[in-house]
Write a protein that binds this ligand. Structure first.
Ligand code: FE2
Length: 354
């Protein structure tokens, strides 16, 4: 067995022969080198796992030999041989990492015991280092797998988010198509939602509203009269004045619009604006009679844009709409009553771009 290969580096015949005779009878294969140079050469050739090294060998410095032995095989076991009066040399050698030491004259049972112990220690260290290497390799492989999984998760998340966006887009297109169909039921409100969207965006930008909320306002403008789907044609297109019941039916449209959109949870801000676009600054609007800044900003903006477009458009009860100047005057008159004064102020700055 390889574990039993031993090398003795010692110039004294008596020491070499003693160790050889002790270990050979116990199954060790023993080589002998009587100079350090030959010893270092034999270390590589014999692939031994244990070296007995005489600290007093003459041809090379003992510390140099130990470093060379370790450089060639960091797992090798080394037992140094010294004299009790050279304990300093022994200590220096131990500091360099040799496994053990023996003092001359040697005792046969000590030689065998220390050789066996040094080889067991070497084997233990070797196995530990192999296990450690195995753990490191497994760690590396796990890290690679983790990286791969993380990439797959990232890819899946991207795909999911693309799917979600597609789904959202499809929902929006369907709902907008429906809203446009409702616009088309009234000849006079045809393109009304597009107008309200354009005006609201101009006002919101003038008020420095954040971009994402402007997108919500635009979506809400497209959908604001969605609830009119439930209003009868004869009420919607009635040329004369509405009865209180008919007016109540019309008033329900903002609430109904919000109810239709309610399952689309991602549109909560849009739904809020749709629901409250007929609230008034003075609290006399519907459906909840919200007041002042209690009304969502998007709804306050849309309220001005919606009313202005209604004023300048022909209605069933009014064949010709108000002139632009008349409508602007009407909006001004209602600032702080029906409309948020801050929104009216922004409206006045952008109305010439409508
Ligand atoms: Fe409305």
């Amino acid at each position: 067995m390889n574990e039993e290969k031993v090398l003795i580096i010692d110039s004294e015949d008596s020491t070499c022969n003693l160790i050889k005779s002790i270990l050979s009878t116990r199954g060790f294969q023993v080589s002998i080198a009587q100079t350090a140079r030959v010893g270092l050469h034999l270390q590589e050739e014999s692939k031994c796992f244990l070296i007995f090294l005489d600290l007093n060998i003459k041809d090379l410095d003992a510390q140099y030999i130990i470093r060379e032995i370790n450089r060639r095989d960091e797992m090798i076991a080394v037992i140094i041989l010294g004299y009790p009066d050279s304990s300093n040399l022994v200590q220096e050698a131990l500091n360099l990492g040799v496994t053990d030491y023996l003092y001359k004259p040697l005792k046969s049972d000590e030689v065998y015991f220390k050789a066996k112990h040094a080889l067991e220690l070497r084997k233990f260290t070797f196995n530990n280092s192999k296990a450690l290497k195995g753990i490191e390799e497994r760690n590396l492989s796990l890290q690679k797998q983790n990286l791969l999984l993380a990439r797959r998760i990232e890819e899946s998340t991207k795909n999911l988010s693309r799917l979600y966006e597609d789904l959202r887009e499809t929902y929006m297109r369907t709902i907008k198509a429906l809203a446009h169909a409702i616009d088309a039921r009234d000849h006079y409100t045809y393109s009304h939602s597009d107008n309200v969207t354009r005006y609201s965006e101009l006002i919101a930008r003038q008020m420095n509203v954040e971009m994402q909320y402007i997108e919500d306002i635009k979506d809400a403008c497209q959908l604001h009269d969605l609830g009119k789907i439930g209003v009868h044609d004869n009420v919607l297109s009635k040329p004369g004045a509405l009865t209180p019941d008919e007016f109540n039916e019309i008033k329900e449209h903002s609430q109904k619009g919000a109810q239709i959109l309610e399952p689309l949870k991602f549109m909560d801000k849009v739904i809020d604006i749709v629901k409250h676009h007929h609230e008034r600054w003075d609290g006399k609007g519907y459906p909840d009679g919200l007041k002042g800044e209690g009304i969502p900003l998007g709804a306050r903006i849309m309220s001005v844009a919606d009313s202005y477009d209604a004023m300048v458009s022909a209605r069933p009860y009014r064949k010709v709409g108000l002139s632009v100047n008349e409508a602007i005057e009407e909006v001004k008159k209602n600032s702080g009553v029906q409309f948020d004064p801050a929104v009216v102020e922004a409206f006045l700055k952008v109305v010439d771009r409508f």
